[in-house]
Design a protein around this ligand. Structure first.
Ligand code: HEM
Length: 211
């Protein structure tokens, strides 16, 4: 078992920051040099959406890895990864609104009707935003038990994000199906928290049966 010293955690954090910053630099250079293909706007939206999904999946991997490898120190990089996933998601949405819709909010309403998967993306972003806003240690202390309940919504985000992806693709199901399976696999790995959702579904069903 490798002990994660302060120095190693710092090195890991630096590597992770680079791992998220360098693809953004690559994206910028690809667009500038014309290497982003015939439809650069589509390329940028796709690149950032996939980045957000990868970040989200990586953040879900941290706690089972920390437990499996008995490296509790790994948990100290989870917030960083989650925040980067949020930054990518924000940039993905900004690219869609700014480059595709050219900032036309009225057009957005029309797009939601035409492409309802956008609503699923919005719900995912809402969850990620709530988690990012409450991620500082001070917020965690202030919210107490409610902090964990709020952050359990990440499991719903981990289902909504690949569903949004699958629904958005025009052809081919292999890649989104793979992502959805990986996300469900990650969730199954951490079954305990899923019980929380089972309880929600059970109470919901009870409510329906009563009504
Ligand atoms: C307000 C929230 C969001 C909006 C409006 C939105 C919008 C879009 C649009 C329009 C596309 C399709 C691009 C196209 O092929 O035409 C797309 C694809 C995608 N989005 Fe989102 N999205 C949102 C949130 C998110 C979030 C939070 C994530 C991930 C955590 C995400 C991940 C993806 C992925 C992986 C794709 C597929 C990429 C592709 O094949 O082009 N999106 N989104």
């Amino acid at each position: 078992m490798m002990r994660l010293t302060q120095g190693r955690i710092l090195a890991l954090k630096t590597l992770l920051h680079l791992g998220f910053i360098l693809p953004l630099a690559y994206l910028w250079l690809s667009v500038q040099s014309g290497a982003a293909g015939g439809d650069p706007v589509q390329y940028v939206i796709h690149f950032l959406g996939m980045g957000a999904l990868h970040g989200l999946m990586l953040s879900l991997l941290v706690s089972p890895l920390a437990k499996g490898l008995q490296m509790g120190g790994l948990m100290r990089v989870r917030r960083l990864i989650g925040l980067w996933a949020f930054v990518y998601a924000l940039l993905h949405v900004a690219a869609f609104l700014g480059l595709d819709l050219l900032g036309d909010v009225a057009l957005l309403l029309g797009e939601i009707v035409k492409r309802p998967y956008i609503l699923v993306g919005m719900a995912t972003l809402l969850i990620l935003s709530a988690m990012a806003a409450t991620s500082p240690g001070a917020m965690q202390r202030r919210l107490g038990r409610r902090w964990q309940q709020l952050h359990d919504w990440v499991y719903l985000a981990a289902v909504l994000a690949p569903v949004h992806f699958w629904w958005s693709v025009k052809s081919g199901w292999y890649e989104p199906a793979l992502y959805l399976s990986l996300c469900l696999g990650l969730l199954a790995w951490r079954r305990k928290r899923i019980v929380f959702y089972q309880q929600i579904v059970t109470s919901f069903n009870r409510g329906l049966n009563r009504g």
